[in-house]
Structure formats: C-alpha cells, structure tokens
Write a protein that binds this ligand. Structure first.
Ligand SMILES: [Zn+2]
Length: 386
C-alpha cells in the first residue's frame, strides 16, 4: 500500500516547481508515485500518512567528487598554505593505505545524511572500492585515475571491469585522468577514449591552482620541481597554454567530461568551457583547505555550465557530506544564489551529468524514493533567498 510522507516544505527540483509549503510525497514500493500539496494528495491517494513535521524535504544528494582511498588522511595534511605545502604534507603519508572499515563508516554516514550517489576517484584501489560501493546502498561511479606517462596497452588497466559494480544495478566503473601537468597527453587521451567507448563519464582535475597555470604556461614553478624530485615527471616541455584551452585541444572536453575545481579560470576560458558542454564540479572547502582560492561560481552558472559539487577527499576536507559543502559554499558565495539553484548543484545537475535523472536528483513520479532533509545550516545560508 502507498504511504504519504507529509512535510512542512518540499523542494521537488523539477522545472517550474518552487518550494512547496505543506506538501507531500506518495511512495510505493520504494518509488515515488506523486508529489504535490498535502491537501491535494490526501484526496487523490489512500494510505497511511507519516507526518515528518517541520522539515524541508529534498531529493537525495550527490557527491560528485571524492577520494575514498584517502579517507585515513583526515586531519593529517597541512592546511591554508597553498598547493605545494599541502602536497608535501600529503606525500609524507602512506597515501594509498586503504582503510576499508573507515570507508564503510563514511559511506554509511553519507547514506544516513540523505546522500544517494558518490563519484569516487581512486589511483590504486579502484577495483576494491568499486566492490565496497557495490555492497553499500549508494549509486556510484568508481573512477580509476590514470597518472604519470606510461600508457598501458591493456585497456583493463585504464578501466577495470568489476562485475559486482554492474550487478549491483547502481554503479559503474569508469576512467579518469589526474591532471594536465601530472599525466601525459597520450595517457589522458587513452583514458578519455576508454570511458567514451563505453558511453561512460570521464573526470579530470582542471585549473585547480596557480601552480598548474605556471607549469603549463612556462614550465616553471616550485610544484614542478617537487614533481621532478619525486619522479612523477621526467622530460617536461611546457605546452604554453592555460589548462582549459589545452584540455580542449587534446579532445578531453565534451558533455561526458567532468572538470573538477576550475578555480583559476579567466572569462574567455569559461566561454570556451561552456562551448564544449563539459560539466564542472566545484570542491570549495577543499580549495579553502589547500589555500588556492575559489571558483567563480556565478560566472560559471551564468555561462550556462552544468555545475556540480563535491567534497574532494578527507585529505583536504573535514567530511564528505554534500549538504555541508553546500552550506559552506552558500555562506560565502551565496549572494544572489537561490535555494533551488544551490540545491541543483547536489541534486538535479549531477543527476543530469551522470545519466541518472530518471532515477534521482528530483522528486517526481517514477523516481527512486530517496530523500534528504535540509539541515539548518543550509536553510540559514539561503535564508535571504527563500
Ligand atoms: Zn580530487
């Protein structure tokens, strides 16, 4: 029998529907049958009513970029001093020592906070993490991140086949590239091609910090020296281009690519990025933690770019909760941003990018009955625009 969930407010995140007061969602067999004002739905649907009270109900959230394999690094990196000191503190750790119990705890915490999807980036542990994600209740993409210059001949080394991911019915494995300065053009193209061949998304850290611009433009900088010392880069010739034009020239940007960070992006590159139809994932608390500045959110939205939100890993953040990320962002860049525009960054926009808009990202008939309850911090951050 259907159940009627009543809430003081519902944000359906469907076009043309604002925040509904005294509203309800009708749920049957873990699927949404109907959404609307409680008084209307009470007349048209039978079934028990569960009154959730004075809450704002929203679609379950997406975390569009995190690094689960670095969960054990919480509180162990150097904050606020820029990218090179942060990387130095990162490289002093046992980076890829996957702590499986902690990962499972983090995933359970995410589900309990109304998160329904994660896009995980893993350099060394992608097959294991895909299996762990398949055991969770989350929808997911498990990206295997390529880094360095050795391009494998075997495609499975770029994009692992993990049967448990597909069998879960909630996930997929895909290929990612680390960044333009750390990964050769040939390897980035091969990873993009491996994902594209199967209609899968591709992810790339892009325009994250000023050191990235310096390395690509002039081939100089403290960060490049560090990469050379550590053996990540040997014979480096600067392409003499900013990140976005270079990624476009390499054929890495299209509607299936998620560009992560986009902090150091001038106006002309925003227009170029919009023309490629690539999506962008911001990680504002990670950018703050590392001390690299903030992405121009308003300009990206005004250019028509599909913007999503991620937390990055616990090596540069304090939790993995998309709603905590949204509250932080709205508290600093929320001026002129409506609650629905903000919520779209963790619901409708990533649902569109990851091809899940018919299951998640909005509250409408036929969608999965997965919800989040907006915490006080989000409501307060948007209080002027509600
Ligand atoms: Zn990242």
């Amino acid at each position: 029998m259907p159940e009627i969930f009543r809430a003081a407010r519902i944000a359906p995140m469907t076009p043309g529907w604002p925040l509904l007061e005294d509203a309800a969602v009708v749920v049957h067999d873990q699927e949404i049958l109907d959404v609307g004002y409680f008084a209307d739905l009470r007349r048209t649907h039978s079934g028990p009513v569960r009154d959730l009270g004075e809450v704002t109900l929203a679609p379950a959230t997406f975390n569009s970029h995190l690094h689960l394999e670095m969960s054990h690094l919480l509180g162990r990196t150097r904050p606020g001093q820029g990218f090179v000191p942060w990387v130095e503190s990162l490289l002093a750790q046992d980076l890829y020592a996957l702590d499986e119990p902690q990962v499972r705890r983090e995933l359970a915490r995410l589900e309990s906070r109304g998160c329904a999807f994660v896009a995980d980036i893993s350099t060394r542990n992608a097959p294991r993490l895909a299996a762990i994600l398949a055991e969770s209740g989350l929808f997911f993409v498990s990206f295997l991140e390529s880094i360095g210059s050795a391009t494998p001949v075997d495609e499975a080394a770029l994009l692992p086949q993990i049967p448990a991911a597909a069998e879960s019915g909630r996930g997929a494995c895909a290929a990612a590239g680390h960044a333009l300065y750390s990964t050769s053009a040939e390897l980035l193209r091969a990873a993009k091609a491996a994902s594209a061949a199967q209609g899968l998304p591709f992810s790339l850290h892009l325009a994250e910090h000023a050191d990235e611009d310096a390395i690509l433009l002039s081939g100089q900088g403290a960060f490049l020296d560090l990469l050379r010392q550590r053996g990540f880069i040997k014979d480096y010739a600067a392409p003499g281009s900013r990140p976005v034009p270079l990624a476009a020239r390499l054929g890495l940007l299209d509607e299936a690519t998620l560009c992560v960070h986009c902090v150091t992006i001038p106006d002309e590159d925003i227009a170029l990025l919009a023309a490629t139809r690539a999506s962008v994932c911001l990680c504002p608390r990670s950018n703050e933690h590392i001390g690299v500045g903030q992405a121009p959110l308003r300009k990206l939205l005004d250019a028509g770019i599909n913007v999503c939100l991620g937390t990055d890993g616990l090596c540069s953040n304090v939790d993995l909760d998309p709603l905590a990320e949204l509250a932080w962002l709205a508290g600093r860049q929320g001026r002129g941003l409506s609650l629905c525009e903000g919520l779209a960054l963790v619901t409708a926009n990533p649902a569109r990018f990851f091809g899940l808009a018919d299951r998640l990202g909005s509250l409408a008939p036929g969608r999965a009955a997965r919800f989040s309850v907006l915490p006080k911090a989000v409501l307060e951050a948007f209080s002027e625009s509600i």
